[in-house]
Design a protein. Structure first.
Length: 303
């Protein structure tokens, strides 16, 4: 049984097709990335998973519990960290987490609350009123709220947007531990280096549809290959090589060029074309493409 099963989910807002038949099966214990540009439908999908919005058609189950017909059981299996900083300004951090525990019928939950606060460096803010916290500290409390009932599925919607390096490191250390203990993690982020480092499998959305779905390693290897990064001392890039440039803005600057190559055998023809064109190489590096390159390529290819 999948931890999170999404079957042909559609959602329309008047003339806007926010989701156009999304299907995903996320297994227990996965660290899954959900990526896409703004407006791709990620937050709409998360809202439907969390029961905050209702799909026009299709179904979502969490550990086998339908989010509409069996919403109470589904909700206890899920913890969501939203993008927005939503908080009650009248309570302290500890009071906020105790109330959140109460929503799930949990009594005497202070031991776990203390552990969560300790792991998110919130212990010294336990008796501080929420409105007195910095944005980064409020973000930590949102994470803690999502975890107070020890949900087996945790959804993180842009959890590190606008936060400092310390919080990122603290958060990923704790979330990594929960994942190793068997919790399923679903992450949306615009920090693609985070997704590449953390996620075992990734789905990419565009215009409300899944346009790529594979393991992170397979996506990088299969779609983008490697990159040859060139810095020229003199001369320019021959016209024959321009279609290989992965970042079009480099054609305007003329300082360096990142060329897409499939394997080492593609390098010699490129060097030959440069020599014939009179270009002199100042520096050259062959690099494995990263998730950002894959993302740019896929989003550019899909119309």
């Amino acid at each position: 049984m999948a931890a999170l099963q999404i079957n042909n989910v559609e959602k329309r807002y008047q003339s806007l097709q926010a989701l156009g038949g999304v299907s995903l099966s996320i297994e227990e214990g996965e660290f899954f990335g959900l990526l896409g540009p703004n407006g791709a439908g990620k937050t709409t999908l998360i809202s439907i998973v969390a029961g905050l919005n209702r799909a026009d058609s299709g179904s979502v189950t969490i550990h086998g519990h339908d989010v509409v017909t069996d919403y109470r059981a589904a909700r206890t299996k899920l913890g969501v960290v939203p993008q927005e900083l939503v908080f009650d300004p009248f309570f302290t951090v500890r009071e906020t987490l105790r109330m959140q525990s109460g929503y799930f019928g949990l009594k005497n939950n202070d031991r776990w609350i203390d552990e969560v606060m300790d792991n998110l460096d919130l212990t010294n803010k336990a008796d501080t009123n929420m409105r007195a916290l910095s944005g980064g500290m409020k973000r930590r409390v949102l994470v803690a709220q999502a975890l107070v009932h020890k949900p087996p599925v945790i959804v993180l919607d842009e959890p590190t947007a606008g936060v400092d390096v310390e919080l990122r490191q603290t958060l990923w250390k704790f979330i990594g531990r929960l994942n190793r203990e068997g919790h399923t993690i679903v992450l949306t982020t615009h920090y693609l280096e985070e997704a590449q480092a953390l996620c075992n499998r990734i789905a990419m959305l565009k215009f409300g549809k899944v346009v790529a779905l594979d393991s992170t390693d397979a996506l990088i290897k299969r779609i983008s290959g490697s990159q040859l990064v060139l810095r020229l001392k003199s001369g320019g890039l021959p016209d024959s090589l321009r279609p290989l440039v992965t970042h079009p803005e480099e054609l305007l600057s003329g300082l360096k060029y990142t060329l897409r190559v499939n394997d080492y055998n593609d390098v010699e023809p490129i060097l030959s074309a440069l020599r014939q064109g009179g270009a002199v190489i100042d520096d050259m590096q062959l690099q494995q493409a990263d998730l950002e390159d894959v993302f740019i390529q896929i989003m550019g290819d899909v119309k």
